[in-house]
Write a protein that binds this ligand. Structure first.
Ligand SMILES: Cc1cc2nc3c(=O)[nH]c(=O)nc-3n(C[C@H](O)[C@H](O)[C@H](O)COP(=O)(O)O)c2cc1C
Length: 375
């Protein structure tokens, strides 16, 4: 590994991430906490299942389903694998009219020739596409820090509609070569927001966004938050497999289950801000997605389960998984009598166990459950 520096390292790292995500158990050992959120079954739904409308509006666009394919890749070695994954995901997103993100474009900023591995417009002309850069690259102390120029390059090279800035201090802190500069990131994002003509989504990657962070992001004009909560893919888990020595392995293992579970993060962000929310992190069925939306999310995001079919170029495989989620989501909506997503956001919920304890210590739970639909 020592033989590689800078660009090469970024590219090799992304390749290793995909390999571990495909071959190893990389998910959190703790739950998203959605098992403690309960719908109240409605024996008189007073709607026809066939009339249920799953469409949603998000950042000025209408999608057929409240589901997003979360960003995973781009710029890997040879750029062939990443390109194939992104194009496969994009074809599925185009078919279903749902938004999708690409993975970190850091490799593309450093090696512009890898741009094609992020480019999907040829197969997905209408998809709402989200570019991706990392927050540490904007930090005050980062040599050659990013600014408006790199942000514009990320979006415009691939004709994206918005930019996600990923917040991943957990992952960076447990990898030996991690970028742990985070000083001045908020100020840099505020400056970027002031001049950048595209929506910016602040995106965690598996450790969740707290209400304190959400309030700060809202105060600088960030357009949406992807909570990227705990309970799905663990980036400390992925780094555990990449660790080359005992010390790094230990650190990654200890922080494998660090973070705010996705359900709690959605509730915190919805309680504290009016921002659109994407609930990503451990979304593995449509009932969980329905709960996330009922808690106040606008979209549910999914990454890891789609990787396997995407690597094989299996568009139908990706669509099949998403259609299963959609079937389950629609059925849950029928059983709570919600004929559209707005109505789903107003149905009664019961909160139990650890989830209740957490939320009662962090927010006024009764007020939140009463008002979440007003947002
Ligand atoms: C193979 C893989 C690569 C990823 N790469 C990125 C990335 O480059 N940038 C980013 O913001 N998130 C990245 N993520 C994080 C996902 O977007 C998502 O937030 C996280 O995996 C949680 O969702 P999940 O539990 O459905 O996998 C990646 C996820 C996977 C599985």
């Amino acid at each position: 590994m020592e033989a590689f520096e800078g660009d090469e390292l970024t590219i090799i790292r992304k390749f290793e991430h995909i390999e571990h995500c495909l071959k190893k158990q990389v998910e959190a050992h703790v739950s998203t906490q959605f098992e403690n959120i309960h719908f109240v079954h409605m024996s008189l739904p007073e709607i026809d299942k066939d009339e249920i409308d799953l469409s949603v509006e998000f950042l000025g666009r209408r999608f057929d389903y409240p589901i997003m394919i979360a960003g995973m890749t781009g710029g890997t070695k040879g750029s062939q694998l990443a390109g194939k994954i992104n194009k496969t995901l994009a074809k599925a997103a185009q078919e279903l009219n749902i938004p999708m993100g690409v993975g970190s474009q850091r490799a593309m900023i450093r090696k512009p020739e890898t741009w094609e591995s992020y480019y999907v417009r040829d197969v997905a002309p209408d998809v709402f596409l989200v570019g991706n850069l990392g927050a540490p690259q904007f930090a005050e102390t980062m040599p050659g820090r990013y600014g408006i120029e790199e942000a514009l390059k990320a979006v415009e090279t691939i004709q994206a509609d918005a930019l996600a800035i990923h917040l991943n201090p957990l992952q960076e802190s447990v990898q030996p070569e991690g970028d742990t500069q985070y000083k001045g990131v908020l100020k840099a994002l505020a400056e970027l927001k002031g001049e950048f003509p595209y929506p910016i989504i602040a995106k965690e990657t598996g450790a969740g966004v707290s209400m304190e962070v959400a309030v700060r992001l809202e105060s600088i004009g960030i357009d949406a938050i992807d909570v990227g909560g705990l309970g799905g893919t663990s980036w400390s888990g992925v780094e555990y497999y990449r660790a080359k020595d005992e010390r790094s392995r230990n650190l990654a293992l200890k922080f494998w289950d660090w973070g705010i579970p996705t359900a709690l993060s959605v509730a915190e962000v919805r309680y504290a801000t009016d921002l659109p929310i994407i609930a990503t992190g451990g979304m593995r069925d449509g009932i969980t997605m329905a709960k996330a939306i009922a808690l106040g999310a606008n979209l549910a995001g999914v990454a890891l389960p789609l990787l396997k079919p995407a690597v094989k170029g299996d568009v139908e495989g990706v669509v099949k998984i998403l259609l299963r989620y959609i079937d389950e989501l629609k059925n849950a909506m029928f059983l709570v009598g919600a004929k559209n997503v707005d109505e789903l956001r107003k149905v009664p919920l019961v909160v139990t166990g650890f989830t209740r304890e957490w939320l009662e210590q962090r927010i006024d739970l009764r007020e939140y459950l009463r008002n979440r639909c007003a947002r």
